[in-house]
Design a protein around this ligand. Structure first.
Ligand SMILES: CC(C)(COP(=O)(O)OP(=O)(O)OC[C@H]1O[C@@H](n2cnc3c(N)ncnc32)[C@H](O)[C@@H]1OP(=O)(O)O)[C@@H](O)C(=O)NCCC(=O)NCCS
Length: 170
């Protein structure tokens, strides 16, 4: 398996992760998002088949979006003169594993690859956290992969903001 960037020339043969919004994004919108420079998409290929895909974009973890107790923990991990109202982050905009590859640790392996890749690619622009707007059904998956909840639970929300501290890899 290998991760490749979704270029304008890339021919997508098909993809089904069981969620129509995520399928539609890959099949119809992903290339436009890259072209407009608002999110880059990468696919995990396995013998010509797309096993999974994800998007990356810049983000920040901001005081305004985080619960008081979580913000205190984040703040306490920085020395007093390095405490700001937000910290640079990278967002995993979308993350989906094909139904053909589910429950085989593909999601976890891909998440490890992303963390590794981002950790080693921080030479140009710094970031401290990886964020994700997790579907409520996927929260246990992200928790198993070291992500923690950031946002308050609000009535009617379909996603929760979660984060992973890249310093955990040191
Ligand atoms: C969520 C998703 C990415 C997980 O991918 P996966 O390859 O099946 O996950 P893994 O096999 O690596 O699972 C790792 C662990 O998370 C658990 N897990 C995975 N999905 C879960 C879910 N929906 N609910 C509860 N636990 C889940 C697994 O049971 C496994 O636990 P274990 O190690 O104790 O057995 C995949 O189910 C998916 O693409 N779902 C549809 C799209 C989606 O919800 N994407 C997330 C958008 S925020």
């Amino acid at each position: 398996m290998r991760v490749v960037a979704l270029t304008p020339e890339y021919e997508i043969q098909g993809f089904d992760c069981g969620d129509s919004d995520l399928n539609e994004f890959l099949l119809q919108d992903a290339k436009h998002f890259s072209e407009k420079r608002i999110a880059n998409t990468f696919v995990l290929e396995d013998e010509g088949e797309i096993a999974a895909y994800f998007c990356l974009l810049n983000d920040k973890v901001s005081r305004l979006e985080v619960t008081n107790s979580r913000w205190k923990k984040i703040k306490d991990s920085f020395p007093e003169n390095k405490r700001f109202r937000s910290y640079p982050s990278i967002k995993i905009g979308r993350f989906a594993v094909s139904v053909n590859y589910r429950g085989q640790n593909v999601g976890t392996k891909l998440m490890d690859m992303i963390k590794d890749f981002l950790y080693n690619e921080q030479s140009r622009s710094a970031f401290r956290f990886i964020t994700v707007d997790a579907y409520l059904s996927a929260i246990p998956f992200y928790e198993k992969n070291g992500f923690k909840l950031l946002s308050q639970k609000e009535e009617g929300d379909t996603t929760r903001l979660m984060f992973f501290d890249i310093k955990k890899l040191e």
